[in-house]
Design a protein. Structure first.
Length: 316
């Protein structure tokens, strides 16, 4: 049926999920809304597949960087406003406004250009490179969240950031993620995915080291928080590189499979971060600094082996 109808359906499910929270009087019905809301994440791999099918390859990294960066930009704008609305007129009203805005976002998907579905021929059989990348992805995803999962707790308990300024530092992470995602995508278009990926890992290493050494020096903590946005900067780079690996006829399924592997690692990373933080609050940053470049080098080696000829691989 093509990607556009499924993207629209995913967005509408997410909006409906948020709307179901409005009439709730206790938590018992929250699982329904939560399930519907998070079903909207099914649209992410489809959005990536849609962008790859409508954007020239030479501009793909930049396009994906802008799309993914817009997500973080929305967080930057929406989070403070949501807090003000909730404090002013109540949480129920804030949730209702969020549902309306999300429904408006879903309505905008009707304006997407329809892309005819590829003719499917046979089972999903991507090249071996894809499966190797899929095996590495959970570890890379785990690393991308380890330094962020307990960052609010670290900022409050260790860096002694006052509660009224805590949101500013978390906002800096989103600002960094939005800006660095776009920059990494453009860099990948200009010089290639491998240098862009290693560059993002280098920034992540520097950010983790700086945060661990900042102590209670707020200016240094602010710079480190901004650079920690690099934990998400590699996403458009890897997505644009995966486009060379997955056969066009199965791009949506390929990105969905990749997203599942990423989600598994991302969730596990939060658990790992908890154990590390309990042992020592600096361990999440130390682990990120130690592993960012080695993991990026492994992913880069896999991507380097994916020659452009794989892009034209047919599904047998």
């Amino acid at each position: 049926i093509g990607r556009k109808p499924v993207i629209t359906a995913a967005w509408l499910c997410a909006a409906l999920g948020v709307a179901t929270f409005v009439p709730l009087t206790d938590w018992h019905g929250a699982f329904v809304g939560s399930a519907l809301y998070w079903s909207g994440t099914a649209g992410l791999p489809l959005i990536i597949a849609y962008v790859t099918s409508t954007t020239p390859r030479r501009e793909l990294g930049r396009a994906l960087g802008i799309v993914l960066g817009a997500y973080f930009a929305g967080n930057i704008i929406g989070a403070p406003i949501a807090g003000v609305i909730a404090a002013s007129i109540g949480f129920r009203a804030a949730v209702a406004i969020a549902a309306v805005l999300l429904a408006g976002s879903a309505a905008l998907t009707f304006g997407l250009r329809s892309v005819p579905p590829h003719v499917e021929r046979g089972p999903f059989r991507p090249p071996r490179t894809f499966w190797v990348l899929l095996g590495i992805t959970p570890f890379a995803a785990m690393l991308s969240i380890v330094s962020l999962a307990f960052l609010p707790v670290y900022l409050r308990e260790v860096a002694a950031i006052p509660l009224d300024r805590l949101g500013v530092y978390l906002g800096l992470v989103s600002v960094g993620a939005a800006g660095l995602a776009v920059a990494a995508g453009r860099f990948a278009d200009a010089v290639g995915a491998v240098p862009a990926l290693l560059g993002a890992a280098g920034v992540m290493t520097a950010a983790s080291v700086l945060m661990a050494l900042s102590g209670r020096a707020e200016p240094l903590v602010g710079v480190a928080a901004l650079l920690l946005g690099s934990t998400q900067a590699a996403n458009p780079v890897v997505a644009s590189a995966v486009e060379r690996i997955i056969p066009p006829a199965r791009a949506a399924q390929g990105y969905a499979t990749y997203q599942v592997a990423f989600a598994l690692g991302f969730g596990a990373g939060g658990t790992v971060a908890g154990f590390l933080y309990e042992a020592d609050p600096l361990l999440p940053f130390i682990a990120s600094a130690a592993l960012a470049l080695p993991v990026a080098a492994i992913v880069a080696a896999v991507l380097a082996g994916a020659t452009p000829s794989l892009r034209s691989t047919e599904v047998s």
